[in-house]
Design a binder for this molecule. Structure first.
Ligand code: HEC
Ligand code: HEC
Length: 291
């Protein structure tokens, strides 16, 4: 009985000492700067493999119920080819085309997508393109490309493994000129963006706020980010009378501020971020909830 109690005491003391030691090492790594964040330092091969496996599993699980539209049409793939050239080649490269400096120096490295069809189903390529990969630099295109445009790129990715450098160059000669996709293409064509028909969605607006980098300058409750004060904090923006001291704080006022900032207040430090009308409406709905 005595012995048992002694053993329990020793076990508890050992656990406590080990926990303290672990906390000390953890503290030294986090606050003492022991972890080397240099991009010239690579992960261990094992770490790399584990991260890659986790990413693949995550994508497969989340993409499993997506319905794939028909992707065999040549015209569809050709529009996708142009969009691929405008939005993807900088990082991923293409047959006979090197990625830009940016793409060559990222970690993890954006691989060439010439063999993507062999590793991923079409619906998985759609999911990755639409949602991006967090902590990797692969952007989410949901807020920059329309859904049809994402599928067009996926249609082109189905053709890519069959193209050598000369064939790729030939596709590029036939593909529409830049800007071929996204809001810039709509503006250049002189068309107005399709009216925002979807129901206003404040939760989507919250996501749009960080997808359009608003939190680079503003503290926004509910959006993770640094304590920045380049722009005023948007806490309580829902009950303020005016926006930037110029516009009445209504839904229409907010949409106008977000989409035509420089027109409303020429020379203001806040840039126009290329936000579509639909995204601006969703953002305005979320901002109105900040009381
Ligand atoms: C700013 C650079 C950048 C741009 C632009 C970019 N990507 Fe990526 N992409 C990445 C990075 C980084 C990864 C992550 C690689 C990893 O995790 O191994 C990635 C991964 C991917 C993957 C998964 C590839 C694999 O097999 O691991 C796909 C598919 C993909 N991107 C498609 C696209 C498409 C389509 C576009 C254009 C609409 C695009 N990317 C634009 C950086 C970029
Ligand atoms: C580069 C920094 C920067 C970015 C990015 C930015 N803003 Fe701003 N924002 C500012 C500055 C600076 C002001 C103050 C402008 C003024 O009063 O002239 C401002 C003002 C505002 C205001 C008015 C705040 C008030 O107190 O009246 C709102 C609302 C706003 N921004 C929303 C947004 C949204 C939404 C986005 C993303 C689409 C965004 N901002 C992106 C810098 C930025």
């Amino acid at each position: 009985m005595r012995n048992k109690r002694l053993m329990l005491l020793v076990a508890a003391a050992t656990t406590a000492v080990l926990a303290l030691a672990a906390a000390a090492v953890g503290g030294a790594v986090v606050f003492g700067g022991l972890y080397d964040v240099a991009a010239t330092q690579q992960h261990f091969q094992l770490t790399h493999r584990v991260l890659e496996a986790a990413m693949r599993g995550s994508v497969k699980l989340r993409a499993r119920d997506i319905q794939e539209p028909p992707l065999a049409d040549d015209a569809l793939a050709l529009r996708g080819a142009a969009c691929f050239r405008d939005k993807c080649v900088q990082c991923h490269g293409a047959p006979g085309v090197a990625p830009d400096d940016l793409g060559k120096s990222m970690q993890p490295l954006p691989g060439p997508l010439v063999d993507a069809r062999h590793h991923w189903r079409a619906r998985e390529l759609y999911w990755v393109t639409r949602h991006g990969i967090r902590m990797s630099g692969m952007p989410a295109w949901e807020f920059r490309l329309r859904d049809e445009e994402i599928w067009e790129v996926v249609a082109f990715l189905q053709r890519l493994p069959d193209l050598g450098a000369p064939q790729y160059a030939e596709w590029m000669r036939r593909a529409p000129a830049a800007p071929s996709c996204g809001p810039d293409a709509v503006r250049t064509a002189g068309a107005t963006a399709p009216p925002a028909s979807a129901a206003v969605d404040a939760e989507r607006g919250r996501i749009a706020l960080h997808q359009h980098a608003c939190n680079a300058c503003h503290v926004i409750p509910g959006v993770t980010g640094a304590r920045v004060h380049v722009g005023p904090s948007l806490a309580g923006i829902g009950i303020r009378q005016t926006i930037a001291g110029t516009l009445p704080n209504t839904t229409e006022g907010m949409v106008r501020w977000i989409t035509a900032t420089q027109e409303v207040k020429p020379g203001t430090a806040m840039p126009e971020m290329g936000v579509s009308e639909r995204d601006a409406r969703d953002m305005a709905a979320y901002l109105a909830t900040l009381r």
